[in-house]
Design a protein around this ligand. Structure first.
Ligand SMILES: [Zn+2]
Ligand SMILES: [Zn+2]
Length: 80
């Protein structure tokens, strides 16, 4: 069983299931909150560009979801 593949796939599935932002904008999520210090980290791991630009909910480095996926894949690859 390829565990790394399973985890990576499960993560992607989770993200694509919640592709609309929880703020009610009906916009697709584009960014991922990876800052555990962020007050919105637990409640809003994924957010749209409205949240990013206007609400200042996530005042930290902006990370694209696609970049996060790439990073996850690379991490798993390096572990093999
Ligand atoms: Zn939003
Ligand atoms: Zn955040």
């Amino acid at each position: 069983m390829n565990l790394s593949y399973t985890v990576s796939t499960a993560l992607k599935k989770e993200y694509t299931c919640r592709d609309v932002c929880s703020c009610g904008s009906n916009l697709q999520v584009e960014n991922i909150c990876k800052d555990t210090e962020c007050p919105n980290h637990e409640t809003q791991r994924l957010y749209c560009k409205t949240c990013r630009k206007q609400n200042k909910k996530h005042v930290h480095e902006i990370e694209e979801i696609s970049d996060a996926f790439t990073e996850i894949d690379q991490k798993w690859s390096s572990l093999r």
